[in-house]
Write a protein of this length. Structure first.
Ligand code: ZN
Ligand code: FE
Length: 272
């Protein structure tokens, strides 16, 4: 199968079949079944090649492309090894720290893999890293370490204004968007979310579901944007209860949502 870019997409965009592959202690590598190419998959953020290759062998699928959200080793570390098995396109953000990239994608651009029946819009979402991107298409969002269920990534390279803008951009996606994050952090995130916003009924209800899933060693992902808008304090920096909690924690009035976000993010960094 030859994967080219830029050709016309089929008119319908089917619901994607996505499998999770675990890596390291809490990473998820996502394998997307190519709707138009049976037994071909696209991998998102393969931090480790071994579990991906094991899943390909188990399922008899071939790798058709690699999508990367950001340069951190736990998201790209498996790329060289995967490319040794099969030379496939490597699509990622404009960042020299991703050496294996064969195609660079930027904000607002479409990433069409027509032969595979896949098409994603690229969303630039700086904050966790400056060049971080997310892939949005087919009702699914692959957002790496920008948005987690009930939380968000650490702000390694960006500032609160940038990262708050990135999360606000994601928040504007349709509520039924399925959210595929890079890590299983949901239970710990909910402990913080309920410290900030203890009377949030949706978060309390979600905690029960998450506890059940984790007790059965099942993923809590994908989430949906609609759920995240209700339970994730980092998407609720304009909610009066969240603003009040952030102001109490900071001991001062906060002038805008970015300031609220900055306080929440710093608070979470210290939270045990
Ligand atoms: Zn990361
Ligand atoms: Fe990560």
């Amino acid at each position: 199968l030859q994967v080219k870019y830029g050709a016309k997409m089929p008119i319908h965009t089917p619901h994607l079949i996505v499998r999770s592959v675990r890596a390291f202690s809490d990473n998820y590598i996502w394998l997307i079944d190519a709707p138009l190419a049976p037994a071909h998959v696209v991998v998102v953020d393969p931090g480790d090649a071994a579990p991906v290759i094991a899943e390909l062998q188990r399922s008899g699928a071939s790798l058709a492309a690699i999508l990367l959200t950001h340069h951190h080793p736990d998201h790209i570390g498996g790329v060289p090894e995967l490319l040794r098995h099969r030379a496939v396109p490597v699509i990622g953000p404009d960042d020299t720290r991703i050496a294996q990239r064969t195609r660079t994608v930027r904000d607002g651009e479409r990433c069409d893999l027509s032969e595979l029946g896949l098409s994603f819009e690229i969303l630039q979402v700086p904050g966790h890293t400056v060049s971080h991107i997310a892939f949005w298409g087919h009702g699914a969002l692959f957002c790496g370490d920008t948005l987690f269920s009930a939380g968000c990534g650490r702000m390694f390279e960006g500032n609160p204004i940038q990262m708050n803008a990135s999360l606000t951009k994601l928040r504007s996606l349709p509520p039924d968007t399925r959210v595929f994050c890079g890590h299983e952090y949901t239970a710990a995130n909910l402990r913080f979310a309920l410290t900030v916003d203890p009377a949030n009924d949706a978060a309390l209800e979600y905690r029960d579901k998450v506890n059940r899933l984790r007790a059965a060693d099942s993923p809590t992902l994908p989430s949906t944007m609609g759920l995240e808008i209700r339970v994730n304090p980092f998407l609720r920096c304009d909610d009066p209860a969240v603003v009040r909690a952030a102001e109490t924690h900071a001991g001062k009035a906060l002038e805008d949502t970015a300031a609220v976000f900055g306080v929440l993010r710093a608070w979470k960094d210290q939270f045990r």
